[in-house]
Structures are given as C-alpha cells and as structure tokens.
Design a binder for this molecule. Structure first.
Ligand SMILES: *[C@@H]1O[C@H](CO)[C@@H](O)[C@H](O)[C@H]1NC(C)=O
Length: 401
C-alpha cells in the first residue's frame, strides 16, 4: 500500500471514530453536529500529523482550509459592500442603500478564529454582517487583524484599536452617515476577546471623544490564567474545540515556546507574582451554583513553569483580569455563552464582574450551544443553532442600540 493510500485510510478510520462520538441529549440536528465534529476533528488530526512530520505548521493547514470559504464583497439590492482599509487595517464595509433622514446606527464586528486564523471574508461572517446591516438599517464594519503566530500579542489589539479609532473620528462618521451616539462593538470567540479589550481601552481613554453605546460578546475567550474551570473540565473533548486545541491556539497568541502550552495543560503556567490576579477568575466566587455544580476549587500551581511572559498578566489580552476601575466605565453589555464550550465560564464570570460594578448586562446562556456556532450557520453545515444565536444577538442590538 502506498503512503497516500495509507494516509487516506487513516483519515477514513479517524473520521469513522469521530462520527460516533456520543453527543449530549439536548443537541439539536444531532447528525449534522456529529458530521461537523468528525470533519473538524479529522482536519485537526491531519494538521497535527503534517506538523509532526514537518510539512507545515498546524495553524497554516487550518488557515488554508478556512480560506477556501472566503467570499468577495458582493453588493445586493439593499446593501453596498466594499473592502477597504482603515489606516492600514483591512475592513469590509456594509452600507445600507435606503435613503435615511437621520444618521444611522453602526456596528463594528471582530471575527473569531483563535487569533490564528479567519477573516471577515468567511461566508458565515459576511452573512452575519450583511444580515445585521439589513435588519438594523445600520452601517456595519467587519475588521481583520494580524494573525498569530506570525504576529503575536499585542498586534491584534493594536490593529483593533487603530481601526476603531479611525472609524470614531467625526469626519469618518459623517462620511458614512453614522450617529456618533449609537455605535456598538461586537465579536465572537477570540473576536470577543478583542472587542472586550478594545472597549475597555476606548471607554477609558479621555482622548477618544465618541464612546461605544453597547458591546456584544459572543462566546468570548476572556482569560487564560486558570485552565481548570468547570467549563474546561466538562468540555475537555467538546465538539470542534477541545481543551487541548484551545490551549495550543491561545498559546501561539503569546509565544511559539512549547513550554507554555505544556504548562498550561497542567494549569501551572502562571508566575508567582500573578497571585493577585486570581481573585478575578476565581470561579468558586464568580460562577453561579448552576455552573459550579460539584466541582471542587483547586488553586492553580504558581511559579512552577519557566515561562515568564508579561502578556499573560495583561488585561488587553485577558479582559477578565481588568480591575474594577476599568470595568466601571463599560457600556451596557450583551454576553452570550454556550453550554458545551471550554470558554463558557469566561463569559459567565465577566457577566458577574460587570454586574458587581454596576454595568448593565444581559446574559443569554444557550443550553444546547456549541462553540463557534455562528461559523456553522452558512454552507455546508447550516446549523439552526447558528441562526438562533444570530437572532438573539441581532434582536438585542436592535432593541438597545
Ligand atoms: C477563591 O475563592 C475561595 C472561596 O470561595 C477561597 O477559599 C480561595 O482562597 C480563593 N482563591 C483565590 C486564589 O482567590
């Protein structure tokens, strides 16, 4: 048997073993989710194999697969869609064609992809942003940012800030007919991390005149300092995003040093001097009973690993560890979390922290939700779950923006 045949056979066997992964009872469209999971896990396995034999890095292979899904900007009868740049940051603009007497609302959107891949060009995000522009009769801006591991933190944050500050200038808002008092910022997954970090920065920066009226964080990742939350324990092998892959990707955001993911898997990656930050991620106080269940709190082991990265203690990378003074100035916030998601507790704890300092929070928890659902609402999976999440998010925006 040739090498190629052997590979194909192995992939086929792996697909078969993944397709029979049992799913939680309340998951709808079970077969579609099983297929999605098998495709994603097989792709991921292939990427790991290629990385191990030295052909290409894991994230390069996944990026390649995802870029097959990119779509050009297509205007339609309601919306003019164009790709342009804000300073040097690529953005996709959705401008409603309808005549409007008054200036419009606006939404800035950051896509997910573990900081390592993805773009506003993906079909699902293009569909979501067009939908938002249509439903709200709003100007929508999809923002790209430099990706890890080629570019590491804070490149992504800086790109986000650059694009946002450019958009929030009077002359730009006027150019696109935007009402400066009705602008929201949103993002999913790592895009939610960025949206949260950029919002903290903008709302607290006296030099930025126009602030956000709202922020919407869709299954965001908000911390990496405790990797043994109940959500990590329960979803270690979850659909599409496992704890292992989550750790692998988020590590690349900080460093290529393999010591970080290794230590992170054991929850021993934080330095001694980070002890004061653990109260901000203490799930035994910040998670409601319903999510704490019978899990027993164990303090992460500090000072064990040789990794010492200031970025691991930086709230621009981990918005959940920002202090109360920074959080107090945040606008009304929408947080959506999914039950079967390693990032679930990040969002729930952020909701608690914001509520504790008096920020208005609407928290929707999707009991049958899986991570990344918005990315699967377009072809080829068409998960109804993605459409449901889209509608929850867009209707909250419509009511509050
Ligand atoms: C977390 O909270 C528990 C109380 O629920 C407390 O015993 C523990 O010391 C706290 N840990 C940290 C690191 O703040």
């Amino acid at each position: 048997m040739g090498f190629k045949a052997l590979c194909l056979w192995l992939l086929f066997v792996s697909f078969l073993s993944y397709i029979y992964t049992p799913m939680p009872d309340n998951i709808e469209e079970t077969w579609k989710v099983m297929a999605l999971n098998a495709v994603a896990k097989t792709g991921s396995l292939m990427a790991l194999c290629l990385e191990n034999i030295g052909v290409m890095r894991y994230e390069e292979f996944v990026s390649m697969l995802i870029s097959l899904d990119y779509t050009e900007p297509h205007s339609d009868e309601h919306i003019t869609v164009t790709d342009t740049t804000f300073v040097d940051i690529p953005v996709r603009l959705y401008l409603p064609k309808r005549k409007s007497e008054a200036p419009r609302r606006a939404v800035i959107y950051f896509h997910g992809g573990g900081f390592c891949f993805g773009s506003f060009k993906q079909k699902a995000f293009d569909f979501l942003n067009r939908w938002t522009a249509n439903k709200l009769d709003a100007v929508v801006v999809g923002v790209d940012y430099r990706l890890a591991p080629q570019y590491q933190f804070p490149a992504q944050f800086e790109d986000g800030i650059t694009a946002v500050k450019f958009f929030l200038q009077d002359k730009i808002l006027t150019k696109y007919g935007v009402d400066s008092t009705r602008i929201a910022i949103s993002g999913d997954s790592s895009g939610g991390t960025l949206a949260a970090a950029v919002t903290q920065q903008v709302q607290n920066d006296p030099e930025v005149k126009h602030k956000f009226k709202l922020q919407a964080l869709l299954y965001p990742g908000l911390q990496v300092i405790d990797t043994q939350l109940p959500a990590h324990r329960e979803n270690e092998h979850a659909v599409v995003l496992t704890r292992d892959i989550g750790i692998k990707l988020v590590s690349l955001f900080f460093t290529k040093d393999e010591a970080l993911p290794q230590a992170m898997r054991k929850n021993q990656h934080m330095p001694l001097e980070s002890r004061h930050l653990f109260k901000f991620v203490n799930w035994s106080t910040l998670l409601p009973d319903k999510f704490r269940k019978n899990h027993v709190y164990t303090e992460p082991v500090l000072g064990r690993s040789g990794v010492s990265l200031p970025a691991l203690m930086d709230h621009r990378a981990l918005p959940l560890i920002a202090n109360d003074a920074l959080l107090r100035h945040l606008p009304p916030t929408y947080i959506l979390t999914c039950q079967y998601d390693i990032l679930r507790d990040d969002g729930i704890m952020y909701a608690s922290r914001l509520q504790n300092v008096g920020v208005q929070v609407v928290h929707d928890h999707v009991e049958d939700g899986i991570h990344g659902a918005l990315s699967y609402m377009a072809s080829p999976f068409y998960l109804h779950l993605g459409l449901r999440i889209r509608d929850m998010y867009v209707s909250w925006l419509d009511k509050n923006l």
